[in-house]
Ligand binder design. Structure first.
Ligand code: ATP
Length: 471
């Protein structure tokens, strides 16, 4: 492994440890010894992920004339998953190491050793052959002795109904997209939208991943933010919309979330890598400490596959009638941008994490974009034991709280409190000191990134902070 990777691996450890220490992300069910690969978002983590989802929703749903939102249920009629192809083909090639019993994904083992071209589009028997012929080792014990690859369906199953014998098998949705397709007609009829238009949805999805890991990068329960953008494929060229969506997705990741472009790249799927429904897919990849990995699907062209399938399986008419020309009846085609809220949150944390030398001391700082920062402003009295100062600080805290997510902190030295706010990425600290009371009714605003301080009149505080945070 190269030095660069080793260095990056350390930073994953550091981010995991900071996330726990400062209340962003905890191991799930920790007091019971945990449950593998489950993670719980703590007080700052939930603010961060909520901010990310809010930015997504505002940008892709609320700010656009051609988009509406939806919140469909996780449990759906099982026929949905027959129609979508998930029952038949939403599976990964599973292999067991005969020596240590470790379960691996055959395609990922090939990808890791021989590159992505060698791994994509292979049948189960080809995967077994490649692994056996190249003597690829088990990541856990190093042995080269695997069972043949077999297909492992990733959908979680459960049962609905109180009487066990009569209860029906249902699946936990492995993607939010299908909730959008089955509601296409409902949305069309109630909103009277015309093509092209899109439906956006945020919600949990579940996949029984064979090899979860790398912190929250791959888990079995995660949140997706998906868009299905419907269009008439004769009236609009799919390539044009595809390019527009790629641009919009890139803009969201780089400008609204502020993830550095140097750590991002677009990657088009090869023909034999495409999913069963797709004619073209472009991912945005992030340079994670373990290597480049899919961050989100900037755009996937799903053709009219899904609506056609649902029309066939449900027997319902899912045809769109052109209001300008009622003779013209079509099944809309679809472009799908698909984002993972947890994976994006992880990429943001990795991207903003920094260690800096200041006056001979190292400080850890998270350089969040202000819109993402869990706390926007911390109000700190210079000392804890002077009621006149803490009282004023509390008063300021309550007046700011109406406008910004704020925190009041009086415990420990002022230097320590600044460090703590740096570690949770608070853009500004407002400090109330003796001059505030004795002299001029002003406070200091400390900037997280530069650590510089300026004095501002209390009367101007809200306006100044607003300008700094949002302009
Ligand atoms: P991968 O190749 O990493 O398994 P995928 O191609 O199966 O991902 P999609 O089906 O395109 O993923 O899902 C869209 C997005 O949902 C992904 O880009 C990712 O951000 C997120 N996502 C998918 N699977 C997981 C998971 N197991 N854990 C966390 N996020 C996930």
């Amino acid at each position: 492994m190269s030095n660069q990777k080793e260095e990056n691996l350390v930073s994953m450890d550091k981010v995991v440890s900071l996330a726990k220490r400062r209340g962003f992300i905890f191991a799930g069910s920790e007091i019971y010894g945990g449950l593998a690969n489950t993670w719980d978002y703590g007080p700052y983590g939930v603010e961060l992920k909520n901010n990310l989802k809010k930015i997504w929703w505002k940008n892709f749903v609320q700010d656009r004339e051609d988009m509406v939102g939806l919140d469909a249920s996780i449990l759906m009629n099982p026929r949905v998953w027959e129609a979508s192809g998930h029952v038949a083909s939403f599976s990964d090639p599973l292999m067991d190491c005969k020596k240590c019993k470790e379960r691996i994904r055959g395609d990922k083992l090939i990808e890791q050793h021989l590159g992505i071209e060698a791994a994509v589009g292979k049948t189960l028997s080809q995967i077994s052959d490649i692994i056996h012929k190249n003597k690829l080792p088990c990541p856990k014990c190093g042995a080269c002795d695997f069972t043949e690859a077999r297909s492992f369906n990733l959908m979680f199953k459960t049962h609905q109904g109180v009487i066990e014998e009569e209860s029906a098998l249902v699946y936990m949705r492995p993607e939010t997209a299908q909730g959008i397709f089955v509601n296409f007609k409902n949305v069309l009829n109630t909103t009277r939208k015309r093509l092209p238009f899109g439906i956006g949805q945020v919600g949990k999805a579940f996949r029984n991943e064979i090899t979860p890991g790398n912190f929250t990068f791959r888990t079995r329960e995660f949140e997706q933010m998906e868009i299905e953008y419907f269009f008439d494929s004769d009236a609009t060229k799919w390539e044009k919309l595809f390019e527009e969506w790629k641009k919009d997705s890139w803009h969201f990741v780089t400008k609204l979330l502020g993830i550095s472009e140097k750590n991002l790249r677009m990657r088009d799927h090869d023909q034999d890598e495409l999913s069963h429904y797709s004619k073209g897919t472009t991912d945005i990849e992030y340079k994670f400490p373990f290597g480049w990995g899919e961050l989100c699907a900037a755009a996937a062209y799903r053709t009219d596959f899904d609506l056609t399938q649902h029309q066939k399986f449900s027997g319902e008419d899912l045809v769109y009638t052109d209001p300008e020309n009622p003779q013209r009846k079509i099944i809309p085609h679809v472009i799908e941008p698909s984002f993972g809220a947890d994976r994006l949150t992880l990429a943001v944390l990795l991207d903003v994490y920094d260690e800096e030398e200041i006056e001979g001391e190292t400080r850890v700082v998270l350089h969040f974009h202000p819109d993402l920062a869990p706390i926007k402003v911390a109000v700190l009295p210079l000392v804890k034991n002077k009621e006149i100062i803490t009282g004023k600080a509390r008063e300021i805290y309550h007046s700011l709280k109406k406008y910004f997510t704020c925190e009041y902190d009086e415990s420990g030295s002022i230097g320590k409190r600044y460090r703590r706010q740096d570690e949770i990425g608070t853009p500004f600290c407002v400090t109330v000191d003796f001059d505030t009371i004795e002299k001029d009714d002003s406070v200091t605003i400390r900037d997280r990134d530069t650590t510089s301080q300026e004095r501002v009149k209390i009367a101007d505080l809200i306006g100044t902070l607003r300008e700094k945070l949002y302009s």
